[in-house]
Design a protein around this ligand. Structure first.
Ligand code: PBG
Length: 328
C-alpha cells in the first residue's frame, strides 16, 4: 500500500515556484516599461494643470505643462505618449481639431522640441471638438461617413505637420485609415505612421475619459460606428481592413473585458498589436484603492500582465508613470 503521506508523482509543477528568482526565470510574460504608452490630455493655454475628478492622479495640461510631463515620462523610460486635445471652441464640424495653432498641435511641437526621442502619438477624432459630441460630421442626426473621413484625415495631416510620429484615428468610420494614408503621402509625410484603433467597442468603460475630454455625445450614442461588444469575428474583420488600408499598428479597446479579442488578433495578424487599458478600468481600481479594498500596485501589475499575456505588445495605460516608478 502506497504511503498516503508521500504521493508517487513524477510531475510536481510546484518545484518551479519555490523561489522568487526561479519564478522570474520561468515567467512566460515579461511586462516592461518599453511596452507602455502614456495618455496626456491637452487644454489650450499655459500653466494649466487641472485634475480630472473621475481619474485620480491624471490632469488636463496646457502644452507647456504637457512638455514637462513628457520629459518626466521619457526620463522614466516610457517610449511614447498619446495626446488628446480639447478645443478653443466647438462647432458642427469640429474645425478646431485641424487648426495649425490648436492645443494638440502646439503640444506636439513642444514635446518634440523638449524630448525629440520620445514617440509622440496623437488621437485623431472629432468628438471633443464637435458641438454635438459625435466622432464625425452629421447629416441631420446620422453620421455622414465619407465627409467625416475627409475631416478626420485633415486632422491627421495637421498633427503630422506639427511633427507627430504616429497618428491614431479613434473614430471608427469606414475607410479612414486608407484616407489618412493617402493624405499623408500626398502631403509629403510618408514616414508618419498610423496606429489604428481598429477594434474599438462601444463601451461604457469610456465614461471618465468623456468627462476629461468633455466629449460625451449630446444625443444618442456611438453604437452606429463603434463596435458591438458581442462580436469578435467582426473585430478581426475590422483589423484586417485597417491593415489592408495601411495601418502600421492595430489596437483593441478596451483591454480587460476584451482579452479574447486581443488573443485572437495576436494569433491572426503579425503587425504590432496594442491594447488600451481605458479610463473606466482605471477609475474602478482607483475607487477601490481609495477605499482600501485592493492593493493598487499588485492589481495593476496583474492586470497589465494579463493584457500582455493575451498578446498585446503595446499597452496604453494611465498607470504608465506609476508602473515605471514601481520598477525603480
Ligand atoms: C475618442 C476617444 C475615446 C477614448 C479614446 N479616444 C472616447 C470615446 O470613444 O468615447 C476613450 C479612452 C478612455 O476611456 O480611456 N473617440
Amino acid at each position: 500500500m502506497p504511503d498516503a503521506e508521500r504521493l508517487d508523482l513524477t510531475a510536481r509543477p510546484r518545484r518551479l515556484r519555490r523561489l522568487d528568482s526561479l519564478r522570474r526565470l520561468v515567467a512566460e510574460t515579461r511586462l516592461s516599461v518599453d511596452s507602455l504608452v502614456y495618455p496626456i490630455f491637452i487644454e489650450p493655454g499655459s500653466g494649466i494643470e487641472q485634475p480630472i475628478d473621475a481619474m485620480p492622479g491624471q490632469s488636463i495640461l496646457s502644452p507647456d505643462r504637457a512638455a514637462n510631463l513628457a520629459r518626466t515620462a521619457a526620463g522614466l523610460g516610457i517610449p511614447a505618449v498619446l495626446l488628446f486635445g480639447r478645443p478653443r471652441h466647438k462647432d458642427d464640424t469640429g474645425s478646431d481639431a485641424h487648426a495649425a495653432d490648436g492645443a494638440v498641435q502646439e503640444a506636439i511641437r513642444r514635446i518634440k522640441d523638449a524630448v525629440p526621442n520620445l514617440t509622440v502619438i496623437t488621437d485623431v477624432c472629432l468628438c471633443a471638438y464637435t458641438s454635438h459630441g459625435h466622432c464625425g460630421i452629421l447629416d441631420d442626426e446620422s453620421i455622414d461617413n465619407d465627409r467625416s473621413v475627409a475631416a478626420i484625415a485633415r486632422v491627421a495631416l495637421s498633427h503630422a505637420e506639427a511633427g507627430a510620429d504616429l497618428v491614431a484615428p479613434s473614430d471608427m468610420m469606414d475607410g479612414r485609415v486608407g484616407a489618412i494614408r493617402a493624405v499623408l503621402d500626398d502631403a509629403g509625410h510618408p514616414d508618419t505612421a498610423i496606429l489604428a484603433y481598429a477594434a474599438k467597442y462601444a463601451s461604457a468603460f469610456y465614461g471618465p475619459f468623456r468627462e476629461a475630454a468633455d466629449s460625451a455625445p449630446a444625443f444618442g450614442d456611438r453604437r452606429s460606428y463603434q463596435m458591438d461588444p458581442p462580436n469578435i469575428r467582426e473585430a478581426l474583420r475590422e483589423i484586417e481592413l485597417d491593415i489592408a488600408e495601411g495601418a502600421d499598428i492595430v489596437m483593441v479597446k478596451p483591454a480587460l473585458a476584451y482579452l479574447d479579442v486581443i488573443a485572437a488578433a495576436r494569433r491572426r495578424f503579425d503587425l504590432p498589436l496594442a491594447a488600451y487599458n481605458v479610463s473606466g478600468e482605471y477609475a474602478m481600481v482607483k475607487a477601490a484603492v481609495e477605499r482600501g479594498w485592493i492593493d493598487e500596485q499588485k492589481v495593476v501589475t496583474e492586470s497589465l500582465t494579463a493584457i500582455a499575456r493575451a498578446g498585446a505588445g503595446i499597452i496604453v495605460t494611465y498607470w504608465a508613470l506609476d508602473f515605471a516608478r514601481w520598477q525603480g
